[in-house]
Design a binder for this molecule. Structure first.
Ligand code: 3PG
Length: 224
């Protein structure tokens, strides 16, 4: 069971404006990596279960960096969801709409941001009572134009566009009123991790945090 309410977690994610997506090769680097993000001003991390080290990394970060909001990404099965939650994941992200994963998260009262790309998938999420959704893969699925088209019939939805976003197109997404936050791996690229280049991670996080402030122009409080 999560120790943080859905509303307060959502508010923290909205305030950070960025959800860094981390695919980690070894659990031992989880803490310095996340501390670099926090040092750059981003107190939130989605650690994917794409590697063996993912679950242990979530546990380590949860224990060693209690102030950071740590979530599990690429959660594909109900069993993975349960294991991620017991490891300390405070939120769960899925690439598509996985009904069994959603069921576990709702039962455990852990916020879930399911991936959607089509109106049908958004409809499934709404049926489950979810309105904060990951738009994935954002750029491949049509980028901002697609996001705006989807927002028309679903004005209650707030999106976390993810996939193909980086420094060049970040601001445009952040300025979109239906965007809750932007997700992506550009702050924690594989080569930075391979070189243990935490200074580069910190600097990319700092630049992203500045982009959030600039894009929102001080109006963050008034945003939905
Ligand atoms: C994800 O799993 O959310 C994506 O792999 C992140 O997309 P990006 O690597 O294009 O930022």
């Amino acid at each position: 069971m999560s120790d943080i309410s859905q509303a307060s977690l959502r508010e923290r994610i909205r305030t950070f404006g960025i959800v860094p997506v981390i695919t980690i090769p070894a659990e031992a680097i989880a803490v310095p990596l996340v501390e670099a993000l926090v040092g750059g001003g981003l107190g939130c991390a989605e650690i994917t279960l794409r590697t063996e080290a993912g679950l242990a990394a979530i546990r380590r970060v949860h224990e060693a960096v209690p102030n950071v909001l740590v979530g599990a990404g690429t959660v594909l099965t109900a069993d993975q969801a349960r294991r991620a939650i017991s490891a300390g994941a405070q939120f769960v992200v899925t690439p598509g709409f996985m009904p069994r994963v959603v069921e576990v998260c709702l039962a455990e009262n852990v916020p879930i941001f399911p991936g959607v790309m089509t109106p049908t998938e958004i409809g499934m999420a709404l049926d489950a009572g979810l309105t904060d959704l990951k738009f994935f893969p954002a750029e491949t699925a049509g980028g901002l134009a697609a996001l705006r088209a989807l927002a028309g019939p679903f004005p209650m939805v707030r999106f976390i566009p993810t996939g193909g976003i980086g420094p060049a197109n970040l601001a445009a997404y952040l300025r979109e009123p239906t965007v809750l936050a932007v997700g992506g791996s550009w702050m924690v690229r594989a080569e930075m991790i391979a070189a243990s280049d935490w200074a580069a991670v910190r600097s990319a996080a700092e630049q992203a945090a500045v982009a959030v402030r600039e894009a929102r122009g001080g109006s963050a409080v008034a945003r939905p």
